[in-house]
Ligand binder design. Structure first.
Ligand SMILES: NC(=O)c1ccc[n+]([C@@H]2O[C@H](COP(=O)([O-])OP(=O)(O)OC[C@H]3O[C@@H](n4cnc5c(N)ncnc54)[C@H](OP(=O)(O)O)[C@@H]3O)[C@@H](O)[C@H]2O)c1
Length: 298
């Protein structure tokens, strides 16, 4: 099989599309013939060496944490799935023709491979953060950084739960966020004033997706600082807010996301590249203004 690998940390051009061994299936996982994989911000951070942690002896390194595809092997203990099933979800080394998923759900037949692949990490992260914030019917929620991969999914999950969503983006994405059911406002200087214009007593919950607004400003919008959850600012705890990097029920999250996709309540705008052009996708994502998700196809 072919896979995207890199043999040194660096810019997008370290990525290579090369032949390699197929990954073995492990207990409680499935192996898939990948039809599409998504590009997540963590991927370019790993590639550039920002995440550290791995010895250079481990090269070549593989990338990718979500995908959609057709099951070709079933690991011991994995239940409710058969060879030939179409699934999507979370795994590793998904920028490849064959990859292993550890948390997955059936791909709704009416949803494209690309959209299903895009729903993995963004879906799990959104459900995890909104559950920590107890977002439910009637919650007034600010999503800061709403037009990108995670934000656009979080808006739709929150709207589906009956929340009132105020969402930040550049003006270029206002129509997009309106169409998803949110009230858009500009991020940057004066953002908290714009929130208070819409919701004078602040909000009940803040999902900090972008990690760019100073934490004291976000905390000033809620009664209890714990009602700010960040996925990108790990200094949140210094201000009484919370940061999350994992630990949710990923299988349940995938089931919720599959339900929203099949009901037509979750749509993800995708821009698709061949896996051989993963470097171009990384270059664009790193600029920080992608709407929706970038997806790779073998
Ligand atoms: N902790 C976790 O579990 C976890 C999981 C997934 C992702 N993450 C992290 O979460 C962050 C967001 O991920 P993502 O996939 O959504 O990234 P992304 O798709 O690259 O985000 C792009 C979006 O960010 C918006 N943006 C840029 N500057 C902004 C600002 N100053 N304020 C608000 N929004 C701004 C852009 O909107 P405009 O184009 O309108 O400017 C664009 O739509 C990344 O740092 C990622 O590593 C963490």
């Amino acid at each position: 099989m072919r896979a995207v690998v890199f043999n040194q940390y660096g810019g997008p051009d370290v990525l290579e599309w090369v032949e390699g061994p197929e990954p073995p299936v492990k207990p409680n996982t499935v192996r898939i013939q990948v039809q599409a994989a998504s590009v997540n911000a963590i991927d370019w951070k790993i590639r550039s060496g920002q995440m550290g942690g791995q010895s250079t002896d481990d090269f070549p390194l593989f990338l990718g944490f979500d995908a959609a595809g057709v099951v070709d092997r079933i690991g011991e203990g994995a239940t409710g799935v058969e060879v030939g099933d179409e699934v999507f979800g979370l795994g590793s080394g998904t920028y490849a023709e064959v990859a292993v998923l550890r948390s997955f759900a059936a791909k709704p037949s009416e949803v494209s491979w690309e959209e299903a692949a895009a729903a993995g990490v963004a879906g799990e992260t959104s459900v995890r953060a909104l559950s920590l914030l107890a977002v439910t019917e009637g919650t007034t929620l600010l999503i800061d950084g709403a037009a990108g991969g995670v934000g656009a999914v979080a808006v739709q999950v929150a709207v589906a739960r009956g929340a009132r969503v105020i969402a930040t983006s550049s003006e270029a994405n206002f129509d997009y966020l309106n169409a998803l059911g949110a009230t858009p406002i500009r991020y940057g200087e004066g953002m908290t004033d714009r929130v208070r214009t819409l919701s004078p007593r602040g909000v009940e919950a803040v999902f900090d997706v972008a990690g760019k607004t100073p934490m004291p400003q976000l905390v000033s919008l809620v009664e209890d600082p714990q009602q700010v959850v960040s996925i990108a600012n790990f200094a949140a705890g210094e201000y009484g807010a919370r940061a999350t990097g994992g630990g949710g029920d990923a299988a349940a999250a995938m089931a919720e996301i599959a339900g929203l996709l099949s009901e037509g309540r979750l749509h993800i705008e995708v821009l698709t590249y061949p896996m051989s052009a993963a470097a171009a996708a990384h270059r664009l994502l790193q600029e920080g203004h992608v709407r929706g998700k970038l997806v790779l196809v073998p």
